[in-house]
Design a protein around this ligand. Structure first.
Ligand code: DC
Length: 225
């Protein structure tokens, strides 16, 4: 039977992963966090001392990168990079920038594309990223473009990092976020943009509960779940 798929795109910190995880649990879907896959490439480049803005240097490493997605008993996605669980390591702020840098490179995107499409062929998925509705799953049953003001997104991301005891300041997080927004939206290869047939959900003025309610209604309405 044809698998159902939901695409959620939007800038960093809009709440994509939190809401997608909630929806996955509620509707019994597999949540695929595609940013985590780009983060693995970014981490690998950093570990190997490559300049993450140097396409030649990063491309030369790609053949050595083996990424697996695993799901634990709670259905939480774990990222395995060359046999090592890097699910926590990829969340560090320096990896965010590295991921954003390497994700602008066409050879990196080409390598990761089939992996993402393969997941959607095998499972009913809710997949989040930047180009899911525009490039990875253009025929997704539902596309959501989730966004919020940069200041609100930075505050949420800062609170998350604080909870994990990562030392940083709100100003640094906001600056990183603005830089990534610019990087991700202005690149030539699969830039972040709303697909024409995506539904816009702005979470600047609404909390988690209300955001989830909107998404839940969209999924039930469109996919009959
Ligand atoms: O969602 P995230 O912040 O974990 O993603 C990390 C970086 O990966 C982000 O800055 C842009 C890139 N990315 C992408 O280019 N395409 C995707 N589908 C997902 C993420």
């Amino acid at each position: 039977m044809e698998k159902k798929s939901i695409a959620i795109d939007g800038p960093a910190g809009a709440g994509k992963s939190t809401l997608a995880k909630m929806a996955a649990r509620h509707f019994g879907l597999i949540y695929v966090d595609t940013g985590a896959i780009y983060r693995c490439v970014g981490l690998f480049a950093l570990k190997n001392g490559a300049d993450t803005r140097d396409q030649q240097a990063v491309s030369a490493l790609l053949d050595q990168v083996q990424i697996e997605l695993k799901y634990d008993e709670q259905g939480v996605q774990r990222m395995i990079l060359n046999g090592e669980d890097v699910s926590e390591a990829i969340r560090m702020p320096e990896v965010s920038i590295a991921a954003s840098n390497v994700s602008a490179m066409p050879p990196v995107r080409a390598k990761l594309l089939s992996m993402q499409r393969d997941m959607a062929k095998r499972y009913n998925v809710i997949m989040d990223g930047r180009d899911i509705g525009t490039v990875v799953l253009p025929d997704a049953g539902l596309k959501i473009f989730l966004t919020a003001d940069a200041e609100k997104r930075a505050k949420r991301r800062y609170d998350e990092l604080q909870a994990k005891h990562v030392e940083t300041t709100y100003e640094d997080v906001l600056q990183d976020m603005r830089m990534r927004d610019k990087n991700d939206s202005s690149r030539a290869a699969a830039p972040l943009k709303q697909a024409e047939d995506a539904v816009l959900v702005d979470t600047s003025e609404i909390g988690l509960e209300e955001s989830f309610e909107r998404i839940r209604e969209l999924i039930s309405g469109r996919l009959g779940l």
